[in-house]
Design a protein around this ligand. Sequence first.
Ligand code: MG
Length: 260
Amino acid sequence: MKTSLTVAAVSVVVIGLLGMAPSAQAPPGNRAAELQKWPVHGEARPMPPVVDPGPAGPPAAVPADAVVLFDGRDLSGWTTAKGAPARWLVKDGYMEVVKGAGSIQTVRGFGDCQLHVEWATPSPAVGSGQDRGNSGVFLMNTYEVQVLDSYQSKTYADGMAAALYGHYPPLVNVSRTPGEWQTYDIVFRAPRFDQTGAVMSPARFTVFHNGVLVHDAQELTGPTVHKARPPYKAHADKLPIGLQDHSHPVRFRNIWIREL
Ligand code: MG
């Protein structure tokens, strides 16, 4: 009895210490303490449970105070990384990635925000794993919420649809079928840096995929990079929203943002 009490007490202390990394004030639901258990893109990391989010609806209503980033008509608010006009296809109220045209980004920069994005992966589906309906929504052109066809399609957990790429799988897999419209509602808090470039507070994501909570005030340890988790590098307070050209004809519609 005494032994188990001691074990319990030590466990509480150890869990308490683990819980302090990387932020002493990590909010409830934050999974930062478990990140070190999982190598980046590790195949052994468990996949989240599958949950049916219900059918897709029409485009979501746009709040009166939102900045419309794409209303289905043109790409005037978007450029390439080099500032040239965005060359993705615009048709029937959506935009579609044109392979090789490059990733696109908003002309305006944003920091803390509520972002609404609707997207659909190609139907019929082509390829498998990461090579199946891959794109991405980048906050501050730096922190990616993965776009992928994860409907009955496997990949590494931290790279599936709605993953904070390379860091955290979603809490549940609420992917709809290829070609069906899906939604992301993202509440993003930009990282803060002091004058020396040190991190004062990390980037933080709350994400709803198809209306279902998949990240609850989740803090990141740094920017999105393939096969690595590098530390933060100080950057501007506001940077563009990016959409990824990963060579697949993924579609987007009804994109709007509210600054927080
Ligand atoms: Mg991607």
